[in-house]
Design a protein around this ligand. Structure first.
Ligand SMILES: CC(C)(COP(=O)(O)OP(=O)(O)OC[C@H]1O[C@@H](n2cnc3c(N)ncnc32)[C@H](O)[C@@H]1OP(=O)(O)O)[C@@H](O)C(=O)NCCC(=O)NCCS
Length: 95
């Protein structure tokens, strides 16, 4: 397994795509999600990628809070993306 697989990211041309970030339930709100995201941001800079993209359920307040903390901006919306019900917000951080 590559290091990248451990962090749930895919690289596509000049872009890093976050597939998932998960922190164990009883360890949340301790800064671990921030640590993981900072790792990905630093990886992106060090390897000269231009942006980081992801999609997140519009009802996922913890995840959206995490991404906003690092200045990710909403760039799109996929309607009824999750279970044909919840919308997905597309977010990007330009590096
Ligand atoms: C999203 C997730 C990874 C955040 O991990 P975490 O370790 O709790 O995050 P942190 O402790 O670093 O918090 C990051 C910021 O988000 C905010 N945040 C975290 N949980 C929150 C909550 N339940 N409600 C509101 N804000 C929240 C924190 O306040 C923090 O901001 P601050 O540093 O200004 O206080 C975690 O909640 C998780 O694993 N969720 C389930 C999986 C998931 O939905 N992943 C995202 C898929 S796109």
């Amino acid at each position: 397994m590559k290091l990248l697989d451990l962090f749930g990211i895919l690289t596509i041309v000049d872009e890093v795509n976050i597939m998932n970030i998960v922190v164990k339930k009883d360890k949340r709100m301790l800064g671990i999600g921030s640590y993981l995201l900072e790792f990905i941001i630093n990886y992106t800079k060090e390897h000269s990628y231009n942006s980081i993209t992801l999609e997140v359920n519009e009802n996922n307040i913890p995840a959206i809070s995490l991404y906003k903390k690092y200045n990710f901006k909403q760039v799109g919306l996929r309607k009824k993306y999750y279970n044909n019900k919840d919308n997905a917000i597309l977010m990007t951080l330009e590096i």
